[in-house]
Design a protein around this ligand. Structure first.
Ligand SMILES: CC(=O)SCCNC(=O)CCNC(=O)[C@H](O)C(C)(C)COP(=O)(O)OP(=O)(O)OC[C@H]1O[C@@H](n2cnc3c(N)ncnc32)[C@H](O)[C@@H]1OP(=O)(O)O
Ligand SMILES: O=C([O-])CC(=O)C(=O)O
Length: 494
């Protein structure tokens, strides 16, 4: 089951003042955080008893449960995501692009998410430079990553690499010395920025070790933005279209209301005051599931299999048959459905618009197939009648564009890293949360969430004990397990 919590938004208004500021991100946050701390203190004293919803059904995990306070973004089921009140087209209009580019940068989205304010170009550039200056990996992490077998899943490698970066955690060091709760955020911010800065070098190193062993990686260019550098480190620095696509892609994935499986995991782990590296590593492992971060790889695999079986120049009827074949074989249609959305994902629409604006993508057979599938799949899924949302999510197209531009390798390092800028959401929560109200609230609520899970785990253990006891009485283990499983499935259905 896909746990997807809902968020109680603290603020829906867009804060998009633009003036000729040249503040660093830390200075901008220094202005925002005291007021936020006061806002949270007031909220707690005045509304801590407020009832925000009923829990209807726990069989589906935490689906739909309002369980966290969040304000960086709000996900409306019909309209999709807004970042501090700004829709995707509005962000595309106001967030600064990289020099020579048109797409909003990851840094400008990060700035917006964390401060609630659109950065000036100077601020965005300054943040790019700060990240580039912090971007090199410690030697021991390079050695660690180089020691992994090529066959180890890149997401497992990425998670371990990120966890190892906690060796230099400023938060952990400060905590050991003893600091006030109200100061947690400065050390957390330092870790979060160091982590974001190092992700390109880490992910690119893993990518090269697995797919392009022995190829030399360029040095980080201090004049480039984060994604410009990432693209170059991967070996695609001269592919301007891919780099621009990545900027858009990563900015769009900056946050999704903070309650998806990976973001929720980082909040849960962060609420114990584990440092950002550990919280983020945990989030990556949640992201590594095929129903979440790996879905775009599943989509690519599925669309290519469709292409191999029925070709590219196909009719709606042929796609319909292929969709039914997938559904009848008991599989999900990857890239369709969502835990919250009930319409086509505006991130999918934004990526489709990117495709429509580029002649090379308009002519791409696989992108053409994605488009045609979108014309047919909602009708088929409605007829199938199971999914609450028969429309595409962002993954329905994202991996296919990468494939067109030459990033053809399947395993999830690509997706994993691209999703990494969900970390703006994470440090935001940790920054505000750790000091001190939201973290405590999140911990309590999460613990409540976990009681359900722990309870289920206990039941599973009891079940297994029963099965083993029966086996000792001469009852074959497999058939005992299948008896019990069938009973359980019947029980859940009923
Ligand atoms: C970036 C992201 O992470 S976006 C999500 C990416 N994931 C995918 O695209 C994978 C395909 N989609 C899915 O598996 C689901 O729609 C999820 C995981 C995204 C959401 O799951 P849920 O919240 O459980 O969705 P929902 O409440 O609509 O599910 C109801 C039923 O419809 C099924 N269903 C949901 N989506 C689909 C689909 N695309 N194809 C077939 N069946 C589906 C579910 O498996 C569930 O079946 P069950 O009752 O037998 O368990
Ligand atoms: O929000 C979710 O449930 C999944 C998703 O689309 C994302 O994480 O971007």
């Amino acid at each position: 089951m896909f746990a997807r919590t809902r968020i109680l938004s603290a603020s829906r208004s867009a804060v998009s003042r633009r003036y000729a500021s040249t503040k660093s991100l830390k200075e901008a946050l220094q202005e925002v955080i005291p007021a936020k701390q006061e806002q949270l203190r007031k909220l707690k004293t005045e509304h801590s008893q407020a009832v925000v919803g009923d829990v209807e059904n726990i069989i589906g995990g935490m689906r739909g449960l309002k369980a966290m306070l969040w304000e960086a973004s709000v996900l409306d089921p019909n309209e999709g995501i807004r970042f501090h009140g700004l829709s995707i087209p509005e962000c595309q209009k106001v967030l600064p692009a990289a020099p020579g580019g048109k797409e909003m940068t990851a840094e400008s989205m990060l700035w917006l998410l964390m401060t609630g304010r659109v950065p000036t170009e100077a601020e965005s550039r300054q943040l790019s430079r700060e990240l580039a200056e912090k971007g090199d990996l410690p030697k021991f992490v390079e050695q660690l990553v180089d020691s992994f077998p090529q066959t180890l899943h890149p997401m497992a490698q990425l998670g371990m690499g990120v966890a190892a970066l906690n060796h230099d955690s400023a938060f952990q060091a400060a905590y050991e010395k003893g600091i006030k709760k109200s100061e947690y955020w400065t050390h957390t911010l330092e870790d979060a920025l160091n982590l974001i800065a190092r992700l390109p070098a880490l992910a690119a190193r893993i990518y090269r070790n697995v797919y392009k062993p022995g190829t030399p990686m360029p040095a980080i260019n201090k004049d480039l933005d984060l994604i410009g550098n990432y693209s170059a480190l991967l070996g695609f620095g001269d592919n301007h279209s891919l780099t621009e696509y990545l900027r858009l892609y990563i900015a769009l994935h900056g946050d999704h209301e903070g309650g998806n499986a990976s973001a929720h995991t980082s909040h849960l782990v962060g609420s114990t005051l584990a440092d950002p590296y550990l919280s983020y590593a945990a989030a990556l492992f949640a992201l590594a599931g095929p129903l979440h971060g790996l879905a775009n790889q599943e989509v690519l695999r599925w669309q290519l299999a469709m292409q191999a079986e029925i070709g590219s120049d196909v009719s709606h009827e042929q796609i319909k048959e292929y969709l039914w074949k997938t559904l009848k074989s008991g599989q999900v249609v990857p890239g369709y459905g969502h835990g919250v959305l009930r319409q086509a994902d505006p991130r999918f629409i934004a990526l489709q618009e990117f495709c429509d604006s580029r002649p090379e993508l308009q002519q791409s057979p696989v992108i053409g197939l994605v488009k045609k599938t979108y014309e047919v799949a909602p009708g088929v899924l409605k007829e199938h009648g199971k999914t609450k949302n028969p429309y595409p999510n962002v993954d329905a197209t994202s991996g296919c564009v990468l494939h067109h531009y030459g990033l053809k390798e399947f395993k999830a390092i690509l997706h994993g890293h691209f999703r990494c800028l969900e970390s703006p959401g994470m440090p935001h929560a940790v920054c505000l949360g750790s000091s001190p109200w939201v973290a405590v609230g999140a911990a309590k609520i999460s613990v409540n969430g976990c009681i359900g899970k722990a309870h289920q785990i206990t039941r599973v253990v009891q079940l297994i004990h029963r099965v083993i006891r029966r086996e000792l009485n001469g009852y074959p283990f497999q058939s005992a397990l299948s008896d019990v499983t069938q009973k359980k499935q019947r029980y859940l259905r009923e």
